[in-house]
Structures are given as C-alpha cells and as structure tokens.
Design a protein around this ligand. Structure first.
Ligand code: ADP
Length: 543
C-alpha cells in the first residue's frame, strides 16, 4: 500500500524563495573584485536572481544546457547558482587553479554554452580561448564602469541584468533533473564530472542543515572560505539560506591577514575551509594575540585536520568540526560535532577523538572492505577501503563510462579510495588515500598519523609523509617538512618526539626540509607532485 501524501519535486529554486520569505534580514556580504564590500539581503538577491534568469533565457539557455562559472565567492556567483539551476540548466563551476589543459578539457567535455567569469580571470581565458568552443558566450561579472579590456568580446553582467523583470516563473521539472556539475581536480588522468541533481542538492542541504543547526545559531554569520567553484562550497550556499545564516563571501583574498580582518569586522561566527587556509589564519591570530571578534566555530575538511590545529583552536574557545567528504558526495560524508560524552572527556582525550573524522551524516551509508571486497567490522581496529552509498552520492561520472565502471562496486556502492576504520561509536578514522599508503615489509603505516605526530613538534609548521621505494622493505616513510623557525629538529629528536605513538619500524627514515609544500588546485598538499619532485631521491641506507 502506498502512503497518501502529496509529491512535490525537491527543487533548488524553493530554497532561495523560502530564505527570502523566512529570513528577510539575513544578508550576503561580499568582498568584491571592484575592491569594496557589498551587502544585499536574501529578498534583494531573489529579485536579482529573477532578473538573471530572464537574462539567461534571453541568451538562449535552455533546460539541460551547461552554463559555466569561473569566479570567487561573492553574491554574483551565488546568484548564478540559483538562476542557472532554477530554470533547469546546469551550473558548471570551474576551478581557476586548474591547468590550462584541464580547463580546456572540461569546458569542451561539459559542452558549456555560456561562461561567466570574474575580472580576475580574464587573462586565463585570453590564454585558452582559441581552444574553447567557438560559439561560447562570455559574460564578465562586473558593472560597466569596471569592465576590463578583453580579447573575447564579453558581455557585462550588470548590463545583462539591468531592465530585466524582477519576477520569473520557474519551470517545474522532475527533481532528478541535473542542477550542477563539478569536476574533480583529477590528479590522475582527466578530471571526472560529478553531476548533481536538484533532489540530491536539496537533500544534501537538509542533511548539512542538521549538522549546522546543532552548532550554529540562526542569524549567525557563516564564512565559506571553501570556494563556490569546488563542490558547491560544501553545500553552504544551499544550507545556510535555509537555516537563516548571513553569508560572508571573501572574494579572492584568502591569506590569513585578509581573512582575520574580514572575520573581525563582520563578526563571523563560523568559518569553513581546508587546513592550509587555517594555518594562515592561525599565524595571524598569533601575531595579533587574539582571535577575530565573534569567531566561535571552524569546520576543517578536504584533508585531515592536523591534531595540533584542532588543539590550538579548541584551546582558544573555537569549536572544531572536522569534516570528511568528496566531490562525488556533494560533499559531506562525516562531521565531527561530538556527543556530550566526548565533550566531557579530559581535553587531550577529547582532541584525540576530534582528530578523527567524526560520524556519518544521516543518509550516507559507510562500509569498509578488505582487498577481496569482504565487509570488515566497525570495531575501530579493522582497516579497509571505504565505500559509500546514499542519495547525495554519484551513481557514475558525467559522460565517462570507463571511470564509472571503476568507481562503483557490484552492490552499487561508490569506492572512495580512502583507507579507514570505523569504531563502535560510529566514528570514522581516515588513515590514508589508498594511493598514498606507505607499505613497509608488508605492513602499512598511516601517513596521516605520522604527519600529526611530527606536526605536534614545535619546530615543524607543516609536513607530509611520503613513501620512498626500498628494495628490502618495499617502501619506507620519509617526512618532507617546513620548519617553524630557524631551529630545525634533527631526525633523532623527531624520532624521540614521535616514538610514543609509533613502533620503531614505523618512524620515518629521513626528513627533507623545504620552504613550502606543493598544493593541489583545491589547496591540499599534493603528494603526487612531491613524489615527482623526489623521484630521484635515495633513502639514507641506500646511498
Ligand atoms: P579533489 O582532491 O579533487 O579536490 P575532493 O575534494 O573530493 O577531491 O577530495 C576528497 C578526498 O579528500 C577524500 O577522498 C579524502 O582522501 C580527502 N579528505 C577530505 N576530507 C578529509 C578529512 N577530513 N580527513 C582526511 N582526508 C580527507
């Protein structure tokens, strides 16, 4: 027997219309490429979204067309999210840090019809325009007064909106219609596209809302440092309007000093981003001798939050949520908002648990399997490859059957490529990417654990543990480290410092000092680049 309830499609346009009605005073505050700070409420935003939707229609955008964005976090980018998806087109966000080759690949692969870009990115497009579709329409996201010279005959965003009607009848379509497209940065092979639907996006906003609602009050200010060009800024532009948060959009200035100033003057309550960004902010906090006004909550994800970072934030009264996810998961998988029993533990024990990746979001199923695909127990000891299943997880890659076949197992679960354990309290602990695992004498060593232990030494500000080939042991761990000051600890000193947590054979064979670690397009330490950089490196006992 079927339930007798109405069925309404879950559509992204409903989110902003709800926010404009229920949270009319909440604002989007943006650092603009024009150089000033701009503010508009959700009702004002909705009007502009209607105008933009009319303008897109005028440009010939139709249901299913891909419309690309190459932009920082700001209100115009937010407007594009809603105007493009709202009318049934697909908002394809492009990461400006991709190589020219990858950018050309994804614009052509996605068959984008229109490309919206910030003034900052005009030179990037001038460099590649001959290899982009010849009929691609370009729109620069600024007003007439700030339109830069450009070699591709671009339209002006504000001109496009001017005089458009401030209302728009959203078409109704099936909730499984594609809404947004984001390519993974593709460390191996070509980037692969995750194609989100309206249904998956709205469900993800509700799931994320449950997490945000437990740590962020209504009307608080939330700052996504995580870019709108990467996995929909972790879903914040959809969840925060529902919850009644104001959004603070930092534009392109993501260094510690600029972030501190913005957070301080705006009184940002919660900020979200990858560990490298927080290292910059923590350096500025140290310099100023205080945290930004009102700063109470930080979400760290995208790669493992170093234990020392969690400890420092918590020590200054900033609650840390350690989140894990993937582009293919919209992206939230787990989050570190902890139950009462964890909060009541002694500080050190609490930090131990916070350094893990937290519990799954409702709607995300997790399983860990051994090399033969057998399920492993969730007992905190068994370690295996992590697979996920749920309504917010890809069922395959956009126009890429080969990658799809590799990613989805016989039961329909998506293979994350992460190696993990899950304990009896449902807390996930990511040990490594499978391709970054260090295998020594048939036993593996977690690079995340090594990095955490090394980074707790005051002489190290950042580091990465990588596997180096060894004829007898197969691989041995080596630390590539950035020193915190002039005094670099010796290898022996590091061993002593780390020996509490590791058996002797697990400790790194060498430490290589460097000025900075290479980063991926999404701001994570790029182990692939490190492996290439040190391709000719020889371990001390082989020299
Ligand atoms: P890309 O590398 O293309 O930017 P994603 O952002 O989707 O792709 O990266 C997802 C991967 O990042 C995960 O599979 C995992 O390896 C890593 N990751 C994300 N969050 C965490 C975390 N909190 N701890 C450890 N690893 C993480």
């Amino acid at each position: 027997m079927k339930g007798m309830m109405q069925h309404r499609p879950l559509l992204i346009s409903n989110i902003l219309e709800y926010a404009a009605e229920a949270h009319p005073k909440c604002e989007i505050v943006s650092v603009r490429t024009e150089g000033d700070i701009h503010r508009q409420t959700y009702p004002q935003t909705l009007k502009r979204v209607y105008q933009l939707a009319n303008a897109l229609k005028g440009l010939g955008v139709e249901l299913g067309d891909r419309v690309a964005t190459l932009a920082w976090n700001g209100y115009r980018h937010f407007e594009l999210y809603y105007a493009i998806s709202g009318q049934g087109a697909v908002c394809h966000t492009i990461n400006p840090r991709l190589s020219a080759e990858q950018l050309i690949y994804i614009v052509n692969h996605a068959e984008d019809k229109v490309l919206f870009l910030d003034t900052t990115f005009v030179p990037i497009i001038e460099g590649v325009k001959d290899e982009l579709p010849s009929d691609l329409v370009y729109v620069i996201m600024t007003d007439r007064a700030h339109m830069p010279e450009n070699g591709f005959d671009a339209l002006c965003y504000e001109d496009l909106l001017a005089d458009q009607p401030e209302s728009f009848d959203w078409p109704e379509f099936d909730e499984t219609t594609a809404a947004a497209l984001c390519y993974t940065s593709g460390t191996t092979g070509n980037p692969k596209g995750a194609l989100y639907s309206h249904r998956s996006t709205v469900l993800h906003a509700l799931m994320l809302g449950l997490i945000m609602g437990s740590s962020i009050p209504q009307e608080a200010k939330v700052l996504p440092v995580v870019p709108l060009f990467h996995v929909n800024a972790w879903g914040i532009p959809y969840a925060s309007p529902l919850l009644g948060h104001s959004l603070v959009m930092p534009g392109g200035a993501l260094d510690g000093e600029s972030l501190f100033k913005l957070m301080d003057t705006e009184g940002v309550f919660s900020a979200w981003g990858v560990p490298t960004v927080w290292m910059g902010l923590l350096a500025e906090i140290k310099k100023q001798g205080r945290k930004p006004n009102g700063f109470s909550d930080v979400v760290v994800g995208g790669s493992a939050a170093p234990r020392k970072m969690i400890e420092t934030f918590e020590g200054m009264g900033v609650h840390v949520g350690h989140a894990w996810g993937m582009t293919e998961m919209s992206p939230i998988g787990t989050h570190g908002n902890m139950p009462k029993w964890v909060k009541e533990l002694p500080f050190d024990k609490m930090i131990d648990i916070k350094a893990k990746q937290g519990r799954r979001a409702f709607g995300v199923d997790l399983k860990i399997v051994d090399d033969e695909g057998n399920r492993q127990p969730h007992d905190g000891k068994a370690v295996g490859e992590l697979y996920v299943r749920g309504n917010t997880i890809v069922s395959g890659y956009f126009k890429n059957d080969e990658a799809t076949a590799k990613a989805i197992d016989a039961e329909g679960w998506f293979g994350t490529g992460d190696i993990a354990s899950i304990d009896g309290n449902g807390i996930l602990s990511i040990q490594d990417r499978s391709k970054d695992l260090i295998k020594s004498g048939g036993e593996w060593i977690s690079s995340i654990d090594l990095e955490n232990a090394a980074m707790s030494h005051p002489g190290i500000s950042n580091c990465a543990a990588v596997a180096m080939p060894h004829p007898k042991w197969d691989e041995r761990p080596v630390l590539v480290a950035v020193a915190a000051g002039d005094d670099k600890p010796s290898l022996e000193e590091l061993h002593q410092h780390m020996s509490e947590h590791f058996a002797k054979w697990q400790l790194p064979d060498d430490v290589i000092w460097t000025d900075a670690l290479p980063l991926t397009a999404t701001g994570k330490v790029s182990k692939l680049t490190l492996r290439q950089q040190f391709a000719d490196y020889k371990l001390p006992d082989l020299r």
